[in-house]
Structure formats: structure tokens, C-alpha cells
Design a protein around this ligand. Structure first.
Ligand code: PNS
Length: 179
């Protein structure tokens, strides 16, 4: 390989996306400018807790928010990410890093994924405008009555408003949602 040669590789951007935030969208847009193809892969069952949004809702929000990008597709996976990346044959895993604590957990995850699959992880530093935004904070702020339109794509805001309207009054705040 000559110095300066860049090998283009299809990339995968995995996550819970419960829901997608502006930080996620920023990473997708920047990754889509670097790699020829990005597969956004929504995990079916996030380990942390029961998702607020169904798998279809999470995928549809991403499709709607990324329809201006020609090289992004949205899919889902269950089980080990390492098995999925081997199955679909992508060359790179993309992850965003917001703060130092992200780095600590993502580093061991990246090394485990490389050990299991041979596929490396490329980290994109979060844009400082979005480094404090997380899906869980967005949900908490929204269900406690705060404004979140600067933190999520418009397609997500619409779905969140519909979700809040569909909940019974006693379920409408984060503190009342079952964990
Ligand atoms: O958006 P998140 O919740 O930070 O995404 C985490 C995700 C889905 C990328 C991670 O939990 C994952 O890869 N889950 C699949 C199960 C797996 O492969 N676990 C071993 C990781 S080394």
C-alpha cells in the first residue's frame, strides 16, 4: 500500500437509537462523507432497559432523518454485533465519542469486537454542540415537560409528541414509566 492510500470500506453504525438524537445524526452525516456506504444498525433488544420506542419506530425515525443522504441504509440486528458485521461483510464499525467516560467503555468494546470479528472500530469525536446529548436525557427532559427540539431531528420530535399523546396521563412522565 502506497503512503496516503485510503482503502474505502463500507461501515456500520450500531446503537439503540431510543430515540435517535442530533448527536447520532451528526455522526451519520460525517461518516457518510467518509465511507462509501453506512449501515445504521438498530439493536433489537438494548441491554440497558426496555426501549421506549418499538424497533419499527426507531428505524423509521432514522430513515426519515437521513433521507437526504444517498448512501445510508437502516437495518436491525439481534445478538452479537461481531457476528452481524461478519454476516453483512462491513469493514469498519463507527462509534461516536462524547466524553471521556464514553472512551473508557467504548475502548474495551472495540477491542472485543475486533477480537471476535477482525473488524476495527473508528471513533468520531462528537461535535461539541451535541456532546451533552443522550437518548436517555432527551426522554427525561421531554417527559418532564422540557423543550427538546434542538436535541433531536424533527422526525423524532413528531414521533415523541405522538408517543406522549398516546400515553395515559399517569404514564406521561419519565419518573412514572416502569423501568
Ligand atoms: O446506543 P448504544 O446503546 O450505546 O449501543 C450499544 C450497542 C447496541 C452498540 C451495543 O450494546 C452492542 O453492540 N450490542 C450488541 C451485543 C454485543 O455485541 N455485545 C458485546 C459487545 S463487545
Amino acid at each position: 500500500m502506497k503512503n496516503g492510500t485510503v482503502h474505502a470500506a463500507a461501515a456500520i453504525y450500531p446503537g439503540s437509537f431510543d430515540p435517535m438524537t442530533m448527536g447520532h445524526l451528526d455522526v451519520i452525516e460525517r461518516a457518510a462523507a467518509i465511507f462509501p456506504r453506512i449501515t445504521v444498525a438498530v439493536v433489537v433488544n438494548p441491554q440497558k432497559r426496555e426501549p421506549l420506542f418499538t424497533l419499527e419506530e426507531r428505524k423509521q425515525m432514522i430513515v426519515a432523518a437521513t433521507n437526504h443522504l444517498g448512501n445510508v441504509e437502516v437495518t436491525d440486528f439481534r445478538g452479537l454485533l461481531a457476528n452481524f458485521v461478519k454476516l453483512v461483510g462491513v469493514g469498519v464499525i463507527v462509534k461516536g465519542l462524547r466524553v471521556v467516560s464514553d472512551f473508557e467503555s467504548e475502548m474495551s468494546t472495540a477491542l472485543m469486537n475486533r477480537s471476535l470479528s477482525g473488524v476495527d472500530t473508528v471513533f468520531l469525536p462528537s461535535d461539541p454542540r451535541y456532546s451533552f446529548i443522550s437518548s436517555s436525557l432527551v426522554k427525561e427532559v421531554f417527559f418532564l415537560g422540557g423543550e427538546i427540539e434542538h436535541y433531536v431531528p424533527d422526525a423524532v420530535l413528531q414521533v415523541m409528541r405522538a408517543k406522549r399523546a398516546s400515553l395515559r396521563p399517569t404514564e406521561r412522565t419519565e419518573e412514572n414509566r416502569p423501568s
